[in-house]
Write a protein that binds this ligand. Structure first.
Ligand code: ZN
Length: 280
């Protein structure tokens, strides 16, 4: 007989996982949650989704464009007069939600629409963070996303003076946010120094508030450090790098502050749109 994984759940959790209910949109704790870690089944702890597959679909429920291999069972669901694909945890058969395709929000073009009450987040606490501003964040993300050892990359805004800025606001240059790529990386696979070297090698750190055709403070060259060790590394490397440039490096070195994730269409932009680089 199958173990009763549902006996210790709250009535709200049971309503979703056992009775195939749906929580109200925009009410779940993970709807707007974009940290590095894994989402496990709330009933049986089975790992279901890596957080680097999570995206913001705007639907009001946590959305993922891929599952951990072998973690999930797909069922045809004919309820409600439509054909849908229901998804359940493979280990305990608890209801998670449904899958939708063809919305073209991410490159994989799938949306696992999952109830927050069906899952629980476990952070990858050993990963480190790094945050760089090197002009247009589309190119910076493409570069770091492809780097071995980077688990999660996301683009957004940091270092400004308003909360929850939009791209439109940041583009005006009045909020003082920089366009940044924010990374979680495994330092056993890639060092902070290697990431810094990639940062230096892929933009011009001597042009003030300007990269190529992009002008404005949002495009400034900037490193947001996350600890004293990173600060020391940046200061050491900036002196090294200066030897390669005739003009003075104007890169700012600032302590990290709140990261505001950019609108979903900016995430993984160049890969999603099959573009080589910005401005093409
Ligand atoms: Zn389960």
């Amino acid at each position: 007989m199958m173990k009763d994984y549902f006996s210790k759940l709250t009535s709200e959790e049971k309503h979703i996982l056992k009775d195939k209910g749906t929580e109200a949109p925009f009410t779940g704790v993970y709807n707007d949650h974009f940290e590095a870690g894994v989402f496990i089944c709330r009933a049986c702890d089975n790992p279901l989704y890596e957080s680097n597959t999570k995206f913001n679909s705007g639907c009001g429920w946590p959305s993922f464009d891929d599952e951990i291999e072998g973690a999930i069972t797909h069922y045809e669901d004919l309820s409600g007069g439509q054909v849908r694909t229901e998804i359940c945890c493979k280990k305990c058969d608890g209801h998670l939600g449904h899958i939708f395709e063809g919305e073209q929000i991410t490159a994989k073009d799938k949306r696992h629409c999952v109830n927050s009450l069906s899952i629980r987040f476990k952070a990858y606490s050993k990963l480190q963070r790094a945050t760089f501003g090197a002009g247009c964040f589309w190119s910076a993300e493409k570069l770091f996303k492809a780097t071995e050892g980077v688990y999660l990359s996301r683009v957004g805004y940091m270092g400004g003076n308003t909360d929850m800025p939009t791209y439109k606001e940041v583009s005006k240059g009045t909020t003082n946010h920089a366009e940044v790529v924010d990374l979680y990386f495994n330092s056993e696979k890639v060092s902070y120094t290697t990431l810094l070297n990639l940062f230096w090698a892929n933009h011009n750190p001597t042009t003030l508030n300007k990269q190529g055709f992009d002008n404005g403070t949002q495009y400034r060259s900037i490193v947001f450090y996350h600890n004293e060790q990173q600060l020391k590394e940046v200061e050491r490397s900036i002196n090294e790098q200066q030897k390669n440039w005739e003009n003075e490096i104007v890169t700012q070195i600032i302590c990290s502050s709140t990261f505001f994730r950019a609108e979903e269409y900016h995430q993984n932009y160049l890969n999603k749109n099959s573009l080589g680089n910005c401005g093409i």
